[in-house]
Ligand binder design. Structure first.
Ligand SMILES: Cc1ncc(COP(=O)(O)O)c(C=O)c1O
Length: 410
């Protein structure tokens, strides 16, 4: 036992919190097997369909602005709660993309990525014993920080039979009473589901009726396909009183490492968040915010990603269907979420998505992300490495050949 063990906070004292967390465990196993299989077959390329980040760099024009702004002496200072230029660009973006024209810069503040925003919000709402309603599978940060603060998480499974929407009707009364926050994320990671106006109306009514604040995560908000239009919860009248919405530049503008996002809410909600933020970080580098403002003003840049991902989904869904998967092109995001095969013809049975994913990885060097929260599903991402259409076709052909050779049974 190290001396640190006896003084570490209770919330971390139970080390099982980290080491056996299924999420960490799963990714750890995938990493270990990938290393082993690569060593065994050094000449075979891994087809990495598990990535959760864009495969391309930010547009050259955005990088040029960063280059220019990084050299200006006035940008060298702490940025604190952000620069007006970025907030103004975010306001315009909300109008251009979501047709919301009534926001002011007091309704918007930047964050060092959505992850950072999600980690701070619970501090504003959660007392020990309070509950955060979290959709699962999903991005867990809001729930993780709720637990860090002595709160609890109540999971709302996203099941295929419910169209990958949470069932808010059947939450026990005692849970509802203690609930302060509800996390939703549409376009959804990993299921690929998108929100409808009716769904947002239902959520807003639920929030108002039960006095539960809604945190809506739009990390994939603009990456939409085949006529589906980006939709914000603020497209619902009166939602500003009960919701905060988080927008990120990570996925839309290929800026994951740049760490830039913004949160939209009522003036009071933004004041609450900015108070927490002001005591936590000193803002993102002004030059990055200026490059971000440029990106938001030139929102058409996301069209390039939309076109590429849409094309890749068409190819991927075709391959997966040919092999036997029940695959459907999502209307947004970059994940194809498919039920696992039963097993291998005249061979082993898969008891979970994790088993299926690890088998596919070990035997054909294809990496996917398994989810076992509600049914057993594999997540294939369209952000795999390929320079151009020709490369994409080569990767897809190889994917098909490898999957066929596994003799999967559905
Ligand atoms: C649903 C969801 N929200 C938020 C994030 C993190 O976004 P950011 O890069 O803005 O922190 C991710 C990243 O994978 C995500 O999938």
């Amino acid at each position: 036992m190290d001396s640190i063990d006896s003084i570490v906070a209770n919330r971390f004292g139970n080390l099982s919190f980290f080491s056996t967390s299924s999420r960490l465990y799963k990714f750890e196993k995938i990493k270990n097997i990938t290393t082993r299989v690569k060593l065994k077959h050094p000449n075979i390329n891994l087809i990495d369909m598990g990535v959760g980040e864009p495969d391309k760099m930010a547009d050259e024009s955005i990088i040029n602005i960063l280059n220019l702004e990084a050299r200006k002496p006035e940008n060298r200072f702490y940025a604190d709660n952000g620069i007006l230029e970025f907030q103004e660009a975010a306001c315009k973006y909300m109008k251009n993309i979501y047709n919301i024209d009534w926001l002011t810069t007091e309704n918007i503040i930047h964050g060092i990525g959505s992850k950072s925003i999600l980690s701070m919000i619970p501090l504003g709402f959660i007392n020990p014993g309070d509950i955060c309603l979290m959709t699962v599978p999903g991005y867990p940060i809001l729930g993780t920080y709720t637990k860090f603060l002595g709160g609890e998480v109540y999971n709302l499974p996203l099941c295929e039979e419910n169209g990958f929407f949470p069932d808010l009707e059947n939450i026990p009364k005692d849970i509802l009473k203690k609930s302060k926050l509800l996390y939703i994320n549409y376009p959804n990671n990993p299921t690929g589901q998108v929100a409808t106006k009716e769904f947002y109306e239902y959520v807003v009514n639920f929030g108002k009726k039960n006095n539960i604040f809604i945190i809506s995560d739009l990390a994939y908000g603009t990456l939409t396909y085949d006529g589906y239009k980006p939709l914000s919860i603020f497209n619902i009248d009166g939602s500003i009183d009960i919701c905060m919405e988080i927008h990120s530049l990570s996925k839309s503008f290929n800026m994951t490492g740049w760490r830039l996002a913004f949160v939209v809410g009522s003036k009071k909600a933004i004041k609450l968040y900015s108070t927490i933020k002001g005591h936590t970080d000193s803002g993102q580098f002004r030059a990055i915010q200026k490059a971000g403002a440029y990106a938001l003003d030139n929102y058409y840049l996301t069209d390039i990603n939309r076109e590429r991902y849409s094309r890749r989904f068409n190819l991927l869904v075709e391959v997966l269907e040919e092999v036997g998967f029940k695959a459907k092109k999502p209307k947004a995001g970059f994940y194809c979420y498919v039920p696992i095969p039963k097993g291998v013809k005249k061979g082993i049975r898969f008891n979970s998505a994790e088993e299926a994913s690890l088998y596919i990885l070990s035997n054909s060097l294809i990496s996917t992300v398994p989810w076992d929260d509600c049914g057993a599903f594999l997540r294939f991402s369209v952000t795999y490495d390929a320079d151009n259409i020709e490369d994409e076709l080569i990767v897809m052909n190889e994917l098909k050949l490898r999957l066929i050779s596994l003799n999967l049974e559905f």
